[in-house]
Write a protein that binds this ligand. Structure first.
Ligand SMILES: [Fe+2]
Ligand SMILES: [Fe+2]
Length: 342
């Protein structure tokens, strides 16, 4: 599915039947400079401080490089143009919709647990040396860990929808999505084990004693924007890239089903935000707008090189997956998000 088709699908999910979004240069989006807008709420009645004086633009492990000069003041929020930071909710090119905790995916470690599907066709290993098999095993184990965390994310979605009186259709879709993510995790760990020649599965997910549940509709909408409309939509674009470049029949079979499922999950996220805005009105709409404005393009964190020839088995470098995701943020996600308040 190209960006234009996906854009049409997302617009339908938020109830925009016509296509009022100006034609974006989807074809050239991948070459676009990755700039972003970072918005900060505060006591800014008299104007925005100079970007050089805004500590938050540089703090933590997410440094951004702001354009010099004062920010733009809109409804008490100061916004700054920055060249992409190195972290934020898209810290790495995640797969699926991992549960985010303090903006980072909450992932289980790896263990020799039984998360494999005995009936699944296995990738062809001929032509792969030991190092390549190890690299593919680590790649697919990482996919599995992110899909495994996505199960938790959708269980939390279901609880939050219940807590805020959402329509049954949204609740049922979120429960189906959790089962989809379990299958994605199982398939990824099956491949990881096959490439490694050893059993690889997830250890326990370190959820801790409590799981944060959104107590307001605004908080529910903001989390849905971050985890679903941004993170999972970018993950879908990355998965589509993996499918497009894969050649192994078993890998293509798994990725085809995964992409099909993820499109439904992305629809669900955008439909959920539509419902939250329709239910909560202006305050939800404003919170959603700020969440989209704060969305960061992912930045590759791959420390381990990945040979381009491993794309035949679905493994694409973080750098290239992030490129696909970043292009989607600017050419697809933000333009569709603008229609939510139109
Ligand atoms: Fe998934
Ligand atoms: Fe998903």
């Amino acid at each position: 599915m190209d960006h234009a088709d996906l854009r049409r699908r997302l617009l339908l999910a938020i109830g925009v039947v016509a296509l009022p979004v100006a034609a974006h240069a989807f074809d050239s989006a991948e070459d676009a400079e990755v700039k972003q807008t970072v918005c900060i709420q505060g006591d800014f009645d008299t104007g925005c401080p100079d970007s050089a004086d805004v500590e938050r633009l540089r703090e933590g492990d997410c440094p951004a490089v702001p354009e010099p000069g004062p920010g733009t003041l809109t409804n008490g929020v100061c916004c700054y143009e920055v060249v992409q930071g190195t972290c934020g909710m898209g810290c790495s090119c995640a797969h699926g919709r991992p549960m985010l905790r303090e903006s980072r995916p909450l992932l289980a470690g790896l263990a020799t647990t039984r998360w494999q599907d005995a009936s699944l066709a296995r990738p062809d290993l001929s032509g792969l040396n030991t190092l390549e098999r190890g690299r593919l095993a680590r790649f697919w184990a990482s996919v599995g860990a992110h899909e495994h965390s996505s199960i938790a994310a959708f269980h939390r979605v279901a609880l939050e929808l219940l807590a805020h009186g959402a329509p049954e259709k949204l609740l049922a879709a979120s429960q189906r999505a959790a089962l989809d993510e379990a299958r994605h995790a199982r398939h990824a760990f099956t491949f990881a084990s096959h490439f490694a020649g050893a059993t690889i599965g997830p250890a326990a997910l370190p959820l801790g004693a409590t799981v944060d549940i959104a107590t307001t509709l605004e908080a529910l909408a903001v989390r849905t924007v971050r985890e679903g409309c941004v993170e999972e939509t970018m993950s879908l674009l990355a998965a589509e890239r993996m499918l497009a470049e894969s050649r192994d029949p078993a890998v293509r079979h798994v990725l085809s089903a995964l992409v099909r499922d993820e499109r439904r999950h992305v629809d669900l996220a955008w439909r959920t935000v539509r419902w939250a805005i329709d239910s909560g009105g202006r305050t939800v709409c404003d919170a959603v707008a700020v969440a989209f404005a704060e969305a960061r393009a992912p930045v590759p964190t791959d420390a381990e090189p990945l040979s381009p020839r491993l794309a035949a088995w679905g493994a694409i470098s973080d750098e290239r997956l992030c490129h696909a995701a970043a292009a989607g943020l600017h050419a697809l996600i933000r333009p569709v998000a603008a229609q939510l308040s139109a």
